[in-house]
Design a protein around this ligand. Structure first.
Ligand code: PLP
Length: 454
């Protein structure tokens, strides 16, 4: 172990990695790892202490939607820090009110007030509590291929295997299957015949068993993020919306990853003209420069809360530094036509991926919306046998981790979950950078092709 007395003395990369390995607890990872030390970033690129540059095809944790060090966001944080770093959530603040008003402009019509949190999990936690409070019901329906956060309640709602880590889930969670049409959960070739891929019919069956009068909310990611970038068939969201309305169940759209332009619209639900009762978001709101999340509600819910306390709160709700960065990021996205770039570059990306599929037999499926894309890798296209098993880790995930390591070595930052590589570059990426990344991806996929079986 190195000398802790040097704690303020050095930017020496070895010291930084020593301290990281020995004294820093890292999210979702075995401890003691020795990371690359990142010393800077700009736009779609970041670099390490050796000066090696990486193209960020992941936007970090799918949050750096405007890339690194966007000057308008950085300046807004500096200006706000000079003016007022913190004021309690109950006080009036210019940036807090400005962000609340901007949210009305960009969220689906009908949503009119927002609670600001410190991130996605806190927003979802609040959304579920509020839904229970408003409806007086306790059950919440959530899907299997989902990630909703790492707090007690949100990890219970999460469907991927990490929810087992709670040891005792929050009571009242009921699971629904996902419209994963590449591998239809009901085995239909024609997804128009599948109750799950259509949405409403599957939900109605669950409600028949569960009794709708006990169900407070359905929570779902309109486009699944972490668990494999699954875009629902057209009509799915509308059909879920209809069932929820029919039974007085609140629809919570978790847009923590999909929101703020990631899919080419402000929010993924905009692709289907659906207004949820509660919409949660975070990440892309300010490209992650300061922790910030949002929970927006309809005017009906706001009205139901007039004269009645909001059932929750946070010391850092509506933090001025975070709100200032959110305002700057949203205005920058409006002025710089970021959504249009995300749409155009997303189309180009998927067209180029389709060409790569001609060359790489390991590509089973290409899917996405805007800058929210995934390629699903298989051992065999006809059988669709996944390249690695669902939620594989360690040796079982080796072909995937080898690809990530190869790409990183070539200067491309990618991520994966199970057998899906997620491609989520900054929304304002240039065409040249996109093509550069695709070139490295092309060579990376040779590794997957070695695992093809006849
Ligand atoms: N919901 C979704 C869809 C997410 O992707 C995430 C994080 O990746 C969360 C919630 C949790 O957000 P946070 O890590 O900011 O608490």
């Amino acid at each position: 172990m190195t000398n802790l007395h040097n704690a303020f003395a050095t930017d020496d990369p070895d010291w930084i990695t020593d301290m990281h390995a020995d004294h820093y607890l890292q999210s979702w990872s075995p401890q003691g790892s020795r990371p690359r030390v990142i010393t800077g970033g700009l736009g779609s690129w970041f670099w390490d202490s050796d000066g090696k540059r990486y193209l960020d095809f992941q936007s970090q944790l799918v949050n750096a939607n405007l890339g690194h060090q966007h000057p308008r966001i950085v300046q807004a944080i500096k200006d706000q820090a000079d003016k007022l770093c913190y004021i309690s959530p109950a006080m009036g603040s210019d940036v807090r009110s400005e962000l609340a008003a901007l949210m009305v402009d960009i969220t689906p019509k009908g949503l009119s007030s927002t609670f600001f949190t410190t991130g996605g999990a806190a927003a979802n936690e609040m959304a579920v509590r509020l839904a229970r409070h408003i409806t007086g019901r306790h059950k919440v329906i959530a899907r299997y291929r989902s990630y909703h956060g790492a707090t007690g309640g949100t990890l219970s709602l999460t469907g991927d295997p990490r929810h087992h880590l709670t040891r005792a889930d929050m009571p009242g969670v009921v699971r629904m299957l996902d419209p994963y049409h590449y591998r239809c959960p009901m085995g239909h070739d024609d997804i128009t015949k599948c109750p799950v891929c259509q949405g409403g019919p599957h939900l109605e069956e669950l409600l028949m068993y569960e009794d709708p009068s006990t169900v407070a909310a359905v929570i779902l990611e309109p486009v699944v993020g972490t668990n494999g970038i699954i875009v629902p068939p057209d009509g799915y969201m509308q059909s879920i919306r209809e069932s929820c309305t029919k039974h007085g169940i609140l629809l919570i759209a978790d847009e923590v990853m999909a929101g703020f332009g990631r899919t080419g619209e402000w929010f993924a639900v905009d692709h289907w003209g659906v207004t949820p009762d509660i919409l949660t978001a975070a990440k892309g709101i300010n490209s992650g420069y300061v922790p910030l999340g949002t929970m927006s509600v309809t005017t009906e819910i706001h009205d139901a809360l007039r004269g009645r306390a909001l059932p929750g709160g946070l010391t850092y709700a509506g933090h001025p530094l975070a709100c200032a960065s959110g305002v700057a990021a949203i205005r920058a996205m409006q002025d710089e036509n970021t959504l249009a770039n995300a749409t155009d570059m997303g189309q180009l990306l998927r067209a180029e991926l389709a060409k790569l599929a001609d060359k790489h037999p390991s590509i089973g499926d290409i899917r996405g919306l805007g800058m929210f894309n995934g390629i699903e890798l298989v051992k065999n296209r006809d059988t669709r046998d996944p390249l690695v098993p669902f939620a594989a880790k360690g040796d079982a995930a080796k072909p995937m981790s080898e690809m990530m390591a190869f790409a990183m070595n070539e200067g491309l930052y990618l991520s994966f979950f199970s057998n899906v590589i997620r491609l989520t570059p900054p929304l304002n990426i240039s065409e040249d950078d996109l093509r550069h990344g695709l070139d490295i991806l092309d060579r990376t996929l040779d590794i997957a092709d070695r695992h093809i079986t006849p």
